[in-house]
Structure formats: structure tokens, C-alpha cells
Ligand binder design. Sequence first.
Ligand SMILES: [Fe+2]
Ligand SMILES: [Fe+2]
Length: 180
Amino acid sequence: MKTKRFSDAMEQALNKQMTREAFQAQVYLSYASWAEVNSFSGIANFLYKHMHEEREHMFKILKFINDRGGEAKIEAIDAPAENPKNIEDCLKKTLQHEIDNSQEIDKLVNQAFEEKDWATFSFTQWFVKEQIEEETLINDLLDKYNLASKQKDGNANYYELDKDLNKAPQSAEIPREEEF
Ligand SMILES: [Fe+2]
Ligand SMILES: [Fe+2]
């Protein structure tokens, strides 16, 4: 049993954020499956991979809580909202989820600052940077969508976009068939 090195309030706040990251993963998973069913394999590929990144965020927070003498509590994850209406809706909703999450991270940073909990403050800086990257990534995809849908007609737009998404940088891997 480790000595607890943060306040009860901070432990609760970190735990909530851990569950929120699990929710983010759930959202990406549901959007990815929607994209796959609707034949957008590139978008599905991107979203499946991103789902893994969100799970990694969840795990990172779990480890921090436990390593700092707290106890991570695995709680129920809210169900994601209904499926997107189309690709644009999918990207816009994804961006909004990321912005909402960034605001929650900001609250954590603020709390750490107010409590003068510099270890947690330092830990949360990684998430601040990560959220900048993620918002930029989704914004870029929305820009590409806008370009593709304005400059060309027909399904060629989506075909090109889908190819782009397939190549979008993601650190996580999709599990291979034999791992299922
Ligand atoms: Fe995340
Ligand atoms: Fe994210």
C-alpha cells in the first residue's frame, strides 16, 4: 500500500477523468462501427485506432492514481449518443467531444494549481498537449472534408477523404485478426 500523495478531492477528480477517457473510447468505437457499416472503411480505420488512444489515456490516469497512493475505481461508462447522420456530422461531433474533454482537463489543471499539487499539475500537462494535438487533428480532417465536398462532385470526394483518413497518423494499432 503506497502513501497517498494527493487530496481526496483530487483523487475523485482524476477518477472522473479516467472514466471520461473510457467514455471517449466508447464514442470513437461507436462512430467507427457506424462508419464501417456505412462502407467508409478509411474513416472506420481512423476511428478504431483512435479508440485505442483514448483507452491508453484512461490507463495512464489509472496508473497515476494507483502509483500516487490512491485507488482507481472502475465505474460504469455512459452510452454514446446516437449515430452521426453523415461524415460531416461525425467529424463535427468528434471535435465537440474533444473540446468538451479539453475543458475537463483544464478543470483538473486548475484544481491541481489551486491545491498546489505540483505532481498532478505536471502529470496533467501531458494531457493539455495531447488535447491540442487531437483538436488539431480533427480540425484538419474537417478542413479536408470541406475541401473535398466543395471542389468536386459525387462519391469521388468521399473516396479521396476516406483514403486520407486511412493514412492519418495514429500511434495505436488495430488488433489483427488472429488476436480476436
Ligand atoms: Fe483522451
Ligand atoms: Fe481524445
